[in-house]
Design a protein around this ligand. Sequence first.
Ligand SMILES: Cc1ncc(COP(=O)(O)O)c(C=O)c1O
Length: 521
Amino acid sequence: MTMSIYMKLLGSISVKNILIDLNILLDYYENARRKKYPDSIEAFDYLKYQNFAFVSSSSIDNFEFIKYATLSKAYPSLNRKQKLTIVHNFIKEFLTFFKIAKTPSYLEIDYDDIEDSQLIASAKAIDALVLTRDEKMLNKYPDMTISPKEFLKISKKQKPKIDFANLKKQHFRYYPEIEKSTDTVYNHSRFIMGPEIQELEENLCSFTKAKNAITCSSGTDALLLAMMTLDIKPGDEVITTPFTFIATAETIALLGAKPIFVDIDETTYNINPNRIEEKITSKTRGIISVSLYGQPSNLDEINAIAKKHNLFHIIDGAQSFGANYKGKAEVHHCDIYTTSFFPAKPLGCYGDGGAVLTNNDELAQKIRMLRVHGQNKRYSHKYIGLGARLDTIQAAILNVKLNHYKEDFAKRNEVAKRYTELLQNKEDIILPTIKSDRTTPWAQYSIRIKNRDEVQTKLKEAGIPTAVHYPKPLHLQECFAYLGNKEGDFPVAERISQEIMSLPMNPDLSESEIVYIAKRI
Ligand SMILES: Cc1ncc(COP(=O)(O)O)c(C=O)c1O
């Protein structure tokens, strides 16, 4: 085995895209060549149904030219229009299977073979191997090419290489649309508060039916904006869960207020409403519930308590975008809903991002000002605020992804359903419970298991990545030692943090990968 084949096997071709060379396209669309090169046909047919195959834009006009010439020779009686129609129908067909890879502007032309250097540059731009029969190219670029024979050999005996969130696959699924929308931003160059921001805010409103959506720089800043809008200040107390990402409580503390923890519910892992009232004092200003792993908390119960004690209710929906509670998005069940577009979140961008949603116009107006340094008009500052805008480029990406989010949401639910079917009735495993009056985007599919560390190690050996959300509840974190909580204060959160383990979750997990994971568990 040559070194290059070995490297490709190690790297597993499923994580690489494939750029199909012109000779393979021609093999496929010509009877004589079909018979002579069956491997090309089999590889082409296999790739038709994958999402990672591309053709270079430079191959398309060459295909037209060569195919037209061979038709002219074989069928001299056809007129020009007839020949072009045949050729164009072939092109239309392969473009329904394969996406177009651009020739990037950083192309370094090799004048010994301009076409090959274009192809290699296109492959580099999309992290692909060139599928080719061209011996010269295979020899010249051994690490960038693969023959149909080698490709078939590897794809048949490939072991699943499972990715936890598989952001790369998602990117290439939407690649043409993302390229178009980001190119638009480069062309208008309004990188801050460009038109894509308003477009996204309108899209977020129509998706959730919220009255207002204000995008911002992260889920953490969304929480800060929400609490600053509600005038949280030193001396205030804000009730929340200890079983969440640090940002929920960190932002309370950052504003000088005191996070007051309440233990979680044993089945949803969200704040237990039955334990909230005992923590309310004259200093309590509000409650932040967290929709952990995507599932909303018992919102009716929390709202009843908030109403009775005149408290605000913020939902930290960093993990739950798209979830419903009793048929409506969570923004309709609180004063302010915040979310995160961190890349690995169910709706993620390509860096940091977040949003604040509310049906209260007055709060929305203040959030908008706080997002831009408390500014009510240019260089006039009503409040002390933040520089917490979302970048236009991230909004452009999110507009594309939000447009497909219903499909992604459904696919994530399908993956969760399969995990549940395959893992139920297994001893020693507690599966997630989603209450029937709510939905979830499954930010995580987290199971509970007693010998977690051992299982994680074994799964890792089998190529299955796992994660723990979260290994230490917030009341036991060093930064919150000053609050005076101790081990044993929140026993449910403490126990679950010892047992919880998240499985790979993304809309691109295949049935065979899910079965493989479930079997190994
Ligand atoms: C529950 C929760 N809150 C807040 C955040 C913070 O979001 P971001 O990372 O976008 O600042 C996260 C992100 O991990 C989260 O999971």
